[in-house]
Structures are given as C-alpha cells and as structure tokens.
Ligand binder design. Structure first.
Ligand code: MLT
Ligand code: ZN
Length: 475
C-alpha cells in the first residue's frame, strides 16, 4: 500500500448532526453508525487505504437516497454512493468520512422489453444476474467486467465499466439510453430516452455515466440490449514471449477479424493461472485468449483465420475450447487473475493503462524496463485488443513505496507519450487523481471542476475523486 496524506474529515458536531438527521428521516433499520458495522463499507478492491465512514445508509428506495442526501446537505458532510465495492480506483472509498449510501439493496429488474430491446433496472442489480435474465429472453447485454459475479450495475454506470467483450461491443456508456438520478440538492433528474436515436439537448446521460459518483446518484437506468449471438467459440494461442503475442494481436486486427475478446496474459500472469491449478504448457511465456461470436459458420471461419494468424506470428500451439464447460473454465481462470495476483505478494497495485493497439509491443518493452530499473516485480494482462493492459506492481518490502511511485510515474508518462490514456475502465478515483494533469490540460481540468460545482456546489458528493488536490498533481 502506498502512503498518501489523509483527507480532512467533518467535525464531530457535523457528524453528530448528520447521524441525528438520518435517524429521524430513516430510522435505525436503514442507518448504521457503529464503527464495526460501518467497517464493511470502508474499502474497495483498489490500493486505496480503507476509511471507515461515519454512517451508512442502506437504501431500499429512491426516497431513502433522497433523505440521505438531505441529511448530508444540511449537516454539510460528504456523501459517497456505493454499489458492490468491487471498484479498482478508490471511487467508493469514503476518503473524507461522512455518509456512505449503498444502493445494493435496490435489485429490481423492472422490465425487459423483447421488442424494443430495452431493459429498465435499479442500481443494485448484480451484473451476472442481469446477464442471466436477459439471456433467458434470447437477448444480450455485452459489458462484462471480470467482477461480473459480484459487481452492481450502479457501479458499472458510475465507472463506465468495460470488460473483455468491449473489443467488439464497446463499454457501458454505449448501452445506456437514459437515467433517473438524484442530485445532491434533491433534484430528481430524468435524462435520455428509450429510443435508439435521439439528440435532444446536451447528452447529460453520457456525462453522468463514468462520472465516478461525483455528480449524481443513480436510481434507475434504461439499457439497450442486442440479440444474443447464436454461437460462441474460444481459442487459446500460446506464445514464447509477450512481444510475440502482441504482434499476433496486431496481425489479427490487420486481417480485418473482429473477435469479441482478445485478451493477453504475460509470463507473470500465466504463473498466477498455473498456481490456481490450470495446466498451461510449460513452454508458454504468454497467452492470447480469443473469443468470437456470430452464426456457427462465420465463427468457424473466423477461428480458422485467427489460428492461422497466431501460427504465422510464431504461436507454439493453438487450442480450441471443445465445449461450454471448457470455455467457462478458461474464463474462470482469467477472471480470477485479479484475486490470484493479490495472493502473490504483500502489496499490489493494478493499473489500467491504454495505448493505441499498435504501440502494445512498445508498452510491453517499457514495462520490462521499469521493472528492471525499479527492481519491482511486474506482470501484465488484459484487453489487448483495446490496447488496455492491467499492469501489476507486486512487492513485499514495506519500504519499496518510493520505487513503486517512480515506476508508476514512468509508466503513466510513457503511456501518455504514446498518445494513450491513464485508465481504460477502472476510473481515476483517488488512485490516479494526482496524475490527471499528465493527460489533461489545465483548461479541461478547470472546466470539469466547474461542471462539478454546478451539480454539487458544496462539494459533498464523493469529494476528492478524479481531481488532484489543489496545488498537487504531477506535471
Ligand atoms: C480485469 O480485467 O480482470 C479487471 O479489469 C480487473 C483487474 O485485474 O485489474
Ligand atoms: Zn479489465
């Protein structure tokens, strides 16, 4: 864990007032104030140090959220919306104390319309449950972050979640037609539409999606669905080095093939997979996990051409999953990478950088150089088709923080230098806030601060996220 200066917390008087207001408005059954009870809402899956909030509101309805917002506004304490807590950038960590409002209890799938290809959902619906519900209707919701069995749609919306299928289908924002949301002053906002097309006014829906819980709290979303692809096929390409697998990614894309997933695991990630008992050829120093979908004939043809492209780029072996069970085993190993790498060292940071796909080999080389220079163990895996790699720093020495900071700084500078971006799907949160000025100019950052102030003039809703502290920020 890297040491970061703590953020200021509200005064004891403000906390007392907030608790009294919450108790009066919501009653003890929906409000937690004991430190032991609040502790479960202190952290997320990022490297941000957990911070125990002063109170937690367990919302069951939009009115519960409204009351929590009113109490926060009146007592002038921070309020942090929270889904399942599976975020990777500290977005749901109440770094400035105050109230956490969890929407995980709002799990209604209100509607699945097969003719309009639309679903209406509450924010606490677990993504995996939603996938199952729409697929039972012959429909498909493509966004699939790897935490899909535990993450909630509200959090996916807040972070504009991606996932392996983003290569073909895009990210969460592309499937959000409309939102119902609450502003911190209690305004009930309805944005967007239910139709496929629509350009009325500013695109406030798109602004709210990916705003990391800093502008509004979602109470409902209208989501676009597509027909479920009739057939899926999955292939593994084994390579001796990550560089060779990176070249195969470029070759597949250049051949005009559009698999739905194009995932890369380097040697370190493969050792995490092997440690979980998944047998991977000992010669392999990197792996591509590739999946296509569509009608059966086109899937078969695409698999053949992808296999040929891998072999042409020096693949040691190409293996095709024989059935759904085999495919699921491969994905389970891939999805387990995040917890598996956590078990590999005392401390871990997983980054989420993106470079133009053609620069992937350059990024892989830079990662090796950073690891060598800082003597920090690094491994990478992720959505190579999108140029999006989860670069992991792993270390045991509690004094290695400065070396890790140096490595992070160098990684981010290299990525921005390649015209890439700091985060492809995890969000800025607190973990990358200080680095924002590396990628965005002061004018753009200031404009976003002003937008935040329009929605939340007292800066109570999920403060300290996205933006560097005044006077801080790496340049
Ligand atoms: C993933 O792709 O597995 C997730 O985005 C999480 C991560 O490992 O950083
Ligand atoms: Zn990912």
């Amino acid at each position: 864990m890297l040491r970061r200066a703590p953020f200021p917390r509200p005064s004891a008087a403000a906390v007392d007032k907030a608790r009294r207001l919450l108790d009066r408005a919501l009653g003890p059954s929906k409000v937690i104030t004991s430190p032991a009870g609040c502790e479960a809402y202190a952290g997320d899956e990022s490297d941000q140090e957990p911070v125990i909030p002063d109170a937690v509101v367990v919302a069951e309805t939009p009115d519960d959220i409204l009351r929590a917002l009113a109490a926060a506004s009146e007592a002038e304490v921070p309020i942090v919306p929270r889904g399942a807590g599976s975020g990777k950038s500290g977005g749901a960590v109440p770094v400035g104390g105050g109230i956490v409002v969890t929407t995980l209890g709002m799990r209604g799938i209100k509607e699945i319309d097969r003719e309009e290809l639309v679903a209406v959902v509450e924010p606490g619906v677990i993504l995996g449950d939603f996938h199952a519900a729409v697929e039972a209707e012959g429909l498909f919701y493509p966004p699939d972050p790897n935490s899909l069995k535990m993450c909630a749609l509200g959090g996916n919306l807040a972070e504009n979640a991606g996932g392996p299928r983003a290569f073909k289908y895009g990210v969460t924002r592309e499937y959000v037609l409309g939102l119902e949301a609450l502003l911190v002053d209690g305004t009930r906002l309805r944005t967007g539409r239910r139709t496929v097309k629509g350009v009325t006014g500013y695109d406030v829906t798109s602004l709210l999606v990916g705003s990391e819980g800093t502008l509004a709290v979602f109470t409902e979303a209208t989501l676009q669905l597509i027909p479920k692809p009739p057939s899926v096929a999955t292939l593994l390409g084994l390579f001796d080095t990550a560089l060779a697998s990176g070249r195969a990614v470029s070759a597949i894309i250049a051949a005009g093939l559009v698999p739905r997933c194009l995932e890369l695991l380097d040697a370190g990630a493969l050792s995490a997979v092997r440690a979980r008992g998944v047998p991977v050829d000992a010669r392999a120093g990197a792996l591509l996990l590739i999946e296509v979908d569509g009608d059966p004939a086109s899937c078969e043809a695409a698999m053949e051409r992808i296999g040929e492209a891998c072999v042409a780029e020096g693949a040691l072996d190409v293996l095709v999953a024989q059935d759904a069970a085999q495919r699921e085993r491969l994905w389970e190993a891939r999805r387990a990478l995040s917890p598996a790498t956590r078990a590999m060292a005392r401390y871990k940071i997983s980054e989420d950088v993106v470079v133009p796909r053609t620069r992937l080999p350059d990024l892989l080389r830079e990662i090796d150089r950073i690891s060598e220079e800082t003597s920090i163990r690094m491994l990478s895996y992720g959505h190579a088709g999108d140029g999006n790699l989860h670069v992991n720093f792993l270390w045991d020495d509690p004094d290695a923080g400065p070396r890790v900071e140096r490595g992070l700084d160098r990684l981010f500078r290299a990525v921005v230098g390649m015209r890439g971006t700091l985060t492809g799907e995890h969000g800025v949160g607190t973990s990358k806030a200080e680095y924002l000025p590396l990628e965005q100019g002061p004018e753009l950052i200031e404009l976003q601060r002003r937008l935040k102030a329009v929605f939340d003039p007292k800066n109570l809703l999920n403060p300290h996220k996205i933006f560097p502290r005044r006077g801080h920020g790496v340049c």
